[in-house]
Design a protein around this ligand. Structure first.
Ligand code: PMV
Length: 324
């Protein structure tokens, strides 16, 4: 039976988290740790999913019941994406077996749910000769993310599809690939799992009655993103570092940073990084520091000394692709 494997990269937010949810731009880079999804057609009448990294083993459902009834957490994105594809493109699969495999832990905040959604959509596009464009893959994957979690800008979906480093605005209203070389980025994992949706909600709560102030702060983050875009293109690392520190300060004021991340950032800057900030929703997951090649080891040691774990990743990775 026909079978296909697709992979997509994880992501790291460089600048602009939270503000992007309100319509401001952000900059995201794809990382060289990938998610793999294999889809096989068969005639069983069933959808079967194995996703070991999210503890889903032989989850089985009749194809016609996709999206109906209880869905285990780890199966949601794949099942809803498949249901969306079947109804939008009027597909009649006789049976499908889906297997996912990840090179990175779903705890890091690298966007494993979005990457697996994008892989599934691309794989179905190939298996059923739909010839979906990147834009069509974005639209149906982003719809799936909103169906499952209700909120999100779609930046992680765009990173998984387009790869590289992109300047992005909500709903994909702007997706601009930036022509930049690899960054000497250090990634520190806090060991704490962040919940994106509750962190987005926490910003709304914190600024209740202070909405204008919140808007000004988010606008300032948008300005940081625009300046960072120019600094990235000019390889002005000192300026990028300052912008990271200022972006971090605003994220702290929004209330989404935590002591562990603050300590990892401060340790990085004190040991010679150009700048450092949390990456993603905050509340845990990862921080990033930008340093020169010479200072790299020192900065890494400083992050480890305050309890962080260094994750070895390269930026600017290739977007979604067919493996075989
Ligand atoms: O938690 P992550 O890594 O998915 O990042 C969230 C970034 C936000 O701006 C808070 C949300 C979003 O979808 O843009």
């Amino acid at each position: 039976m026909k079978k296909i494997t697709v992979s997509a990269p994880g992501k790291l937010m460089l600048f602009g988290e939270h503000a992007v949810v309100y319509g401001h731009p952000c900059i995201v880079t794809a990382v060289d740790q990938r998610m793999f999804v294999t889809v096989e057609k068969n005639s069983s009448g069933m959808f079967v999913l194995n996703a070991p990294e999210v503890e889903v083993s032989n989850y089985t459902k009749p194809i016609e019941n996709l999206g109906v009834g209880q869905i285990p957490k780890g199966a949601k994105f794949i099942e809803i994406a498949l249901g969306n594809l079947i109804s939008k493109y009027n597909l009649k699969p006789a049976g499908l077996k889906v297997i996912t495999r990840s090179e990175f832990s779903s705890k890091f905040g690298f966007g494993s749910s979005s990457a697996s959604t994008v892989c599934l959509v691309k794989a179905i596009s190939e298996l059923f000769s739909l010839k979906l464009s990147q834009r069509q893959i974005f639209d149906i994957s982003y719809k799936t993310v909103l169906d499952v979690q209700g909120k999100g800008s779609g930046f992680d979906v765009a990173a998984a599809i387009y790869g590289g480093t992109i300047y992005f605005k909500k709903f994909g209203s702007e997706i601009v690939p930036l022509k930049i070389s690899d960054l000497n980025l250090i990634v520190g994992y806090s060991g704490i799992k962040a919940d994106t949706v509750s962190l987005i909600d926490s910003v709304t709560k914190r600024f209740k009655g202070l909405e204008e102030l919140k808007d000004e702060m988010l606008k300032a983050i948008g300005k940081i993103v625009d300046d960072a875009r120019v600094a990235l293109e000019n390889q002005d690392f000192a300026k990028l570092g300052s912008l990271m520190n200022i972006n971090q300060g605003l994220l702290e004021a929004l209330g989404v940073s935590i002591e562990k991340l603050d300590n990892m950032n401060s340790a990085s800057v004190a040991s010679g990084a150009y700048g450092a900030k949390l990456s993603g929703a905050g509340g845990g997951d990862c921080m990033i520091a930008l340093s020169s090649k010479e200072m790299r080891k020192k900065v890494e040691n400083a992050i480890v000394s305050v309890g962080g774990k260094i994750l070895s990743v390269k930026t600017n990775a290739q977007g979604v692709r067919i493996e075989k």
